[in-house]
Design a protein around this ligand. Structure first.
Ligand code: CUA
Length: 352
């Protein structure tokens, strides 16, 4: 439990690492706005009365200017607004720079539901179970229109956009059940596109994972798609095929036919699956067919997860550990063994 939490009346609960700082920032903006509204409003009324016209034809005293006064009311707002800018930019940077060691969950928005898939393949709809104290990164896209993944208790709200990946990350700091809303009007049942985020103690989360009927992991399903869609006929491991090898590729820079260089990330891989001609790797023909309309966003994501899984090893605690605490079929339905109880995150990171 974070000792620095200050629950502010009328605010949602503070359940993520960002919540307190965003509340303080918001309160500062609110206080500044209130202060200047009152100051200007009172001054306006006061001057209105004090300097009212008292007789027909009265001519007021002419004032040419007052340098000190003008400098004062330029410099003070400048300093205040730069402070707001700096603090806001810092928060923005933190929130939009997901850590590399986060637990990565894939989220798809669709009229009118939220789907989530955990690294080992557990799926859920309109719910999201996450472990307390662990950094969680959501990689999100939409099957249709723009949605927005909004968890007030986490103070996170991220648009979920068809045709691209957006990310959101947080560290849950308090167990409980919190509201999940769609915060972008997306059709008649937009208001019903709601759900729950459930923050659990890490052992409970592990037990929950074991009890969810599990598909293949996204990477396993992706490997299967990779051969059933015949990707493996051209993308040979040794690079001698019609397409480049995808081994050890993720996260690297590749040279394109047009001379540019591009970093292989989720967005680039997705584009290359759906619009292969857009960024052709140097030395290979532009003859891969598009998979636009042939694969769902979830399938595209599975292939990407597969390509990641055959890529260079990421930061120690990436997609597999510790959520992958070996959920064997035999363990399903069995109570959580204590070895899964180790919280993944040190206390220190909660204040990030
Ligand atoms: Cu989805 Cu509003």
């Amino acid at each position: 439990m974070n000792p620095f939490l200050i629950q502010i009346p009328f605010f949602p609960e503070q359940a993520s690492n960002f919540a307190l700082e965003i509340d303080l920032f918001y309160l500062l903006l609110f206080a500044l706005t209130g202060f200047f509204t009152v100051l200007i409003g009172v001054a306006a009324v006061y001057f209105l009365i004090k300097y009212r016209r008292r007789s027909q034809g009265e001519v007021p005293e002419q004032i040419e200017g007052h340098l000190k006064l003008e400098i004062t009311w330029t410099v003070i707002p400048f300093v205040i607004s730069m402070f707001i800018f700096a603090w806001g930019a810092k928060l923005y940077y933190q929130m939009y720079t997901p850590p590399t060691d986060a637990l990565e969950i894939f989220v798809t928005g669709k009229q009118w539901m939220w789907r989530a898939q955990h690294p080992d393949g557990q799926r859920e709809i309109n719910e999201l179970h996450v472990p307390l104290g662990r950094r969680v990164k959501l990689t999100m896209t939409s099957e249709d229109v723009i949605h927005s993944y909004y968890v007030p208790a986490f103070r996170t709200k991220t648009d979920v956009v068809p045709g691209r990946y957006t990310t959101s990350w947080f560290t849950p700091i308090k167990t409980g059940t919190y509201h999940l809303f769609c915060a972008e009007y997306c059709g008649t049942q937009h208001s019903g596109m709601i759900g729950k985020v459930i923050v659990m103690e890490p052992p409970d989360y592990q037990a929950w994972l074991r009890n969810v009927p599990r598909d293949k992991s996204p990477a396993e399903a992706g490997a299967q798609l990779f051969s059933s869609q015949a990707c493996d006929k051209c993308h040979l491991e040794d690079g001698a095929g019609r397409g480049p090898s995808l081994q050890n590729l993720f996260g690297k820079d590749v040279k394109l036919a047009n001379g540019a260089t591009v970093k292989v990330d989720e967005t680039y891989l997705r584009e290359s699956i759906l619009n292969p001609g857009a960024k052709v790797v140097a030395g290979y023909p532009n003859d891969m067919p598009t998979f636009q309309g042939l694969m769902t966003e979830e399938q595209v994501a599975m292939i990407i997860q597969y390509i990641k899984s055959i890529g260079p090893k990421q930061g120690a605690a990436s997609t597999t550990a510790p959520a992958a605490a070996a959920p064997t079929p035999a363990a399903q339905g069995v109570k959580a063994p204590p070895q899964a109880a180790k919280p993944a995150a040190p206390q220190g990171e909660q204040q990030r």
